[in-house]
Each structure stands twice: as C-alpha cells, then as structure tokens.
Design a protein around this ligand. Structure first.
Ligand SMILES: Cc1ncc(COP(=O)(O)O)c(C=O)c1O
Length: 389
C-alpha cells in the first residue's frame, strides 16, 4: 500500500521527500579555512543549563568573556563584546558605526575579505578607495600611506589574516599612517584571534572584529568586536543614526557596555558558555605558547606537503600559521583537485579548502586552527593524501 498522501500518527502528511532514515552525522577532521573542530570542553560547556540573559549568574559569565576577549585582542577597550552573529556581521558592525554616507574610506584589498570590506563600505554609501596587491602578497604600507594622505579618509580598513591567500598582514606601519591622518583603523581579525598574538592598543587599531569558529575552536555564530574610545567618539558625533538598529554600538552598549545591563536582544546563552570555555583554554595554554604551537604545526605541514609536491604560495615572512595555501602541481589543477578533495572527505573524513577568486583550481587552503594546530592532524592529512595520490 502506498503511503503517499496519508496522514501519519504524528499528524503530518506523508510526503515522498521525507527522509527514510535518520542519518548520524559523522565526525570530520576540519582542516579547511574554518570552522575548525570544536574543543570537547567547549562542546560540554554548551550543554549546561540555560540561564536567562539578565540572570546575575549569566552576567558573571558575560563579564568574564568580555575581560578575556580584551586580553586576547590586546586591548583595554571597555566596549569589547561577543556580537550575536558571524564574522561578516562584525565587519558590518564596525563599518556601519564608523562610516556615514559620503564619507571617504581607504580599504586594503589583498583577497576575498578585503573585497568584502569594500562592498560593505560601498553599501553604507562610503566613497571607497582601494589599495590592492597581488593575491599571496601583503599590502605595501607605502602605497597605503600615499592613498591615506591623498584621500584623507574617515576610515582605513584591512584584513590582518587574509584567509583566501594565507598572508599575515603587518599592521603597525599602516596604523601609524592612519593615526597621523586622524583617520580610524578597522582591522579584520577573524583568522588571527587566538592563533596569532594581537596587540590592538599597541598597534593603534580603533575597531576590530573576529569570529569564534577558527582559532578559538568554538562553533560559528559569534563575532567578538572591540571599539576604542576614538571610534566611540566618532559614533557619538555622527550626523545620522546608524542605519542598523541591531548593530548600533550606542544601543549595544546598554547591555554590553558595563554598568547596569539593560535588555537589548536575547543573548545566545549557550554560544557564550562555549566562548567562555574556549577563552579559558586559550589563557590556560598562554597566548605565546599557543601562537608557537600554530607556527610549529604550520611548519610541519609545509615539510610534509612539499614531499608530495605541494609548495607554499606565500613567502616565509608573510605566512599565516593557521592557514596555509599550497600550490597544486599541474596534474591536480582544475577539476582534478575538486575530485580529490571530495575523496579526502568521503574516504578519510578530512575537509580542506579550495582556492578562491584567481586562485580557484590552483591552490588548496589548509587550516590548522586552534585545537587542530597539532602534528597529529598534519600526519593524518599527509597519510590520507599519500594514499590518494
Ligand atoms: C578574514 C575573514 N574575514 C571575515 C570572514 C567572515 O566570517 P563569517 O564567515 O563568520 O561571516 C571570514 C570567514 O571565513 C574570514 O576568513
């Protein structure tokens, strides 16, 4: 007898598209550009009983998270908070607060996420001047300085760790040029927070954002953001209100700004438990040791991959330890690389990332982030590739 169109005991109509079985989710080794695997202690923390977002017991955890975020960002900025949204929303939050329609912005474009910064600024109505470099290289501070001096922008924005290329961008010189022109510096730290030491205050960064799913080994969904006093002064002097109600830091400050915690939106309690645990783990290890572990894993990866004829795209001083881009040999370029990545996933449970933009089909992107910045992850990937190649 066909069940099509019959009502089941649960009251639902049977449809042929209903799943015939409940499929278990198989664990993967996540060695792509993010997310990385979640630390088991972080997963356990998420299972704790839910508290209300104004419960003093939860607010104590939120205080702790904000204090730890300040330390890992290298800042004393009071307004440092876990925005309830992914990294792209952190980007939008920084730019939407600091730019008004008609303002000039200088954006460093060294890959996909520099492009995204331009697009977000453009949609806000800013006049965007791009400073570009080849994919796989870093922005030239001299070119950034010239553009800043010529345009006299309100905001300068760039990516610290460009996940599409695997370049770690030096920041201090560009930050100095920004400060001398009395502009504000926005820094994308999505792939650096928790994997590379950050010193926002020493560098002179006015606003920064990140994500939790990379070197913090937490699930995706929160964007740590930090606004310094110069940035907040700029927000207070805006002519127009921030277009986004949700991301207006003046309003977010009522809940996250210290002092009385007033309802703004219902905070994602379980995700904040996870972040609290992820940040405790960072401090237990110590940021210097953690950064060294990322560097060591990156070096081990390059040694193992060179033996397989996969060579790094980025020159040594600019390499981003949590994310390595590897040039593929001719035989693996184009459609062949996608097939091999699929086999790596299906047969070995390992995810790695494809190249993006001009690097599509030319490179792989291997993430060794947070929990996964370990030699055994490198060994597992190398063994799987040896079996497949
Ligand atoms: C450098 C960089 N910026 C921004 C983002 C956007 O973050 P999300 O995907 O969490 O929105 C990413 C994500 O991979 C990234 O790598």
């Amino acid at each position: 007898m066909s069940l099509k169109g019959t009502r089941l005991r649960c009251g639902l109509l049977f449809s042929p598209s209903m799943p015939t079985e409940t499929r278990p989710i198989l664990p993967r080794l996540l060695l792509g550009p993010g997310p990385s695997n979640v630390q088991p202690r972080v997963l356990a923390a998420m299972g704790q009983p839910l508290l209300g977002h104004l419960d003093p017991a939860f607010l104590a955890i939120l205080d702790e998270v904000q204090a730890r975020l300040r330390r890992v960002f290298g800042t004393r900025n009071a307004l440092t908070l876990p925005l309830s949204a992914p990294g792209s929303a952190g980007m939008e939050c920084c730019l939407a607060n600091l730019l008004e329609p008609g303002d000039a912005a200088v954006v460093g474009v060294a890959g996909v996420f520099g492009e995204r910064l331009c697009e977000v600024a453009r949609r806000i109505g800013a006049r965007v001047t791009r400073v570009e470099c080849s994919w796989g290289e870093a922005l030239d501070p001299g070119e950034m300085r010239s553009a800043i001096n010529k345009v006299r922008p309100r905001v300068v924005a760039l990516v610290h760790a460009e996940t599409s290329t695997g370049v770690l961008q030096p920041v201090a010189e560009i930050a100095q040029a920004t400060r001398e022109a009395d502009a504000l510096l926005v820094l994308d730290c999505v792939t650096s927070l928790g994997g590379v030491p950050l010193r926002l205050d020493d560098w002179g960064v006015d606003a920064a954002y990140s994500g939790t799913q990379k070197c913090l080994s937490c699930p995706p969904g929160l964007s740590p953001v930090s606004f310094g006093e110069r940035a907040l002064r700029r927000v207070r002097r805006r002519k127009q209100p921030v277009q986004s109600w949700f991301m207006d830091v003046g309003l977010l400050g009522a809940y996250y700004g210290g002092g009385a915690r007033v309802y703004h939106h219902t905070a994602p309690i379980s995700a904040i438990y996870a972040l609290a645990e992820g940040l405790r783990i960072v401090e237990e290890e110590g940021m210097a040791a953690r950064a060294e572990r990322h560097r060591e894993a990156g070096r081990a990866l390059i040694t193992q991959m060179q033996a397989l004829n996969l060579v790094p795209l980025v020159a040594e001083p600019l390499r981003l330890p949590p994310l390595t881009t590897l040039r593929l040999p001719a035989a693996l370029r184009g459609a062949a690389e996608a097939k091999l990545r699929r086999r790596l996933l299906d047969e070995h449970g390992i995810e790695i990332g494809a190249g993006l933009g001009p690097l599509a089909g030319e490179v792989w992107r291997i993430g060794l982030m947070g929990e996964n910045a370990q030699r055994h992850c490198v060994e597992r990937l190398a063994a799987a590739l040896r079996a497949l190649l």
